[in-house]
Design a protein around this ligand. Sequence first.
Ligand code: CUV
Length: 660
Amino acid sequence: DESKLKKKAKKALNPKEVTVDVATQQMLEKAQHDGVETIFDRAVTMKACNIGAQGTCCKVCSQGPCRLPLPKGGIEGDDTRKGLCGATPETIAARNFARMVAVGSAAHGDHGRGVVETFIAMANRETEDYSVHDTEKLMEVAQYLNVPTTIMVEGEDGVKRPEMRETYELARDVGQKALAQWTSQEGEILSALQAPPARLEVWRDLDVVPRGIDREIVELLHRTHMGVDQDYRNLVKQCSRAALADGWGGSMLATDLQDIMFGTPYPMQGEINLGVLKEDHVNILVHGHEPLLSEMIVVASQEPEMLEYAKQKGAKGILLAGMCCTANEILVRHGLPTAGNYLQQELAIVTGAVEAMVVDVQCIMENIANVAECYHTKIITTNPRAMIESGNTTHIEFDEHSALEDARKIVRQAVENFPNRRPGVMIPNAKEPMVAGFSKEAIKYHLGGAFRGSYTPLNDNIINGRIRGIAGVVGCNNARTMHDSGHLTVIKELLKQDVIVLSTGCSAMACGKAGLLAPESAKVYCGPGLAEVCETVGIPPVLHMGACVDNSRILMAATEVVKAGGLGKDISELPAAGSAPEWMSEKAIAIGHYFVASGVYTVFGNGLPVTGSPKFQKFLFEELENLYGGKWDLELDPYAHARKMIEHINKKRAALGLDK
Ligand code: CUV
């Protein structure tokens, strides 16, 4: 009847209200026209659960779920809320939080494990498809893993002298030693020892240096079992171990070994947004997180035989582009085009121009299979850990021993799908040029002054106030908040105040689409000091450092800044802050927590499931600062969000005696 229809019409999605990205708006209109439902539609029709959002729904045993929402009008007097077993809101919220840290750390850790396994196969020359690309990085990693890089060789004169070890022999030992960081049960993981000595001291005092990557995650999960750890402070302590095992362990080793195999990123020119797709080409999207497969697809899609095959099928060529963090991986190493960030994955298919979407792990929406059914797109899953139960997806398992062959199989299937395009293809006319690939090494080079090998000039610019401070703005998109808008507002506010921004993940992509990764944007968006630095050096004001695992690069860049001197002895003393304005994944919580435990003030947007327990929230938002020098915060309004970060940066500047 009419009132129902009216209600429905009222609930219908208005594309301009849910995203600031023009290409996304256009494709949402097309989806509506084509009768295709996306996450944006469901975000309108489906409300989130208020108790879960507060973090106080306990379902760790079958006597519940026990639901402990904040009473209307707040808590007066003692908080008497309890679960059946007596669990307090603190225990429940802390356990839920801990589980997010555990899963997020597990995701990065398992990604890292895959990299190490491939690395070992490469070092043993069991696969010719991968090789050592960056020997300098190999040496660096060998050093922190205590693997000797030289051996003593006796010369003709009978004198023994040190000689460099053979590359693959060295790589074998590095691979084994890296793997041992996952399995180790006691002591301290070696990659974490790269932190500034003062930070290490903080961790040792608090007894949170990770003993082994797997161990900390398993122990954290154990502690959240019914009836185990019922002290939220003690739970958070183990959260720190697991999160640090992610940032300074699983993620860091993944990044470093990927750099050895595929090259350390240096600034590259690239393009971003759905407009990178080409109507007359076979379009292949690689979506997910791991570069192991996508690196091979890069090779396979450029082989002459494959291009010939594409021509036979009526296409002019093959266009390979990325989505989500896989995009970041192939962008920062090859300059390959980026189709879009997390909330654009369904919409890429809606163009009708994608022959295959090849996925591995993490951030892949199950609904892409439904959307693909409305077009000709093939969804190809590749990882035994991540399949989609849907008739129209294909699984082509990827094995590092037959990597290039597997990649060829996948590309061939995409090419064969080209003639199956349906009428109504529409690619948005929207793409932006960008520069990406700022590893810690690249920052040293570009901001390193005349000698191109030091962080001192950067520090000098922070000390003299041209650069007020450093912000790490990272993380996902979230369908509960306007797509890309939080990232862009926070970042533009920071730039105005001369805060240089380091970015990764979907946040970096939001910047790319809005032109913030183009060096010319510096004079438009930055305060005079930062603009001058960017223009002198020729860099954009937002430095795209890679995928989410590459947040470890931000930790190491911060460490380099500490080492360069003049800004205190610890990361917690730096005029710096972290932010994830549109976070959604559990990985984001793990990342947030390792930033906090590393001494960084970290603000999240969009809600945090801790608000149902004011005591636990206070612990994270205030008391942690006394322990770690860093703390959590939550701010939904992006302007206030940026302001809080700037205030923190100012506070740190004052403590260092700058701006006198
Ligand atoms: Ni790993 S974790 S939505 S793709 S940043 Fe993007 Fe990045 Fe979040 Fe996922």
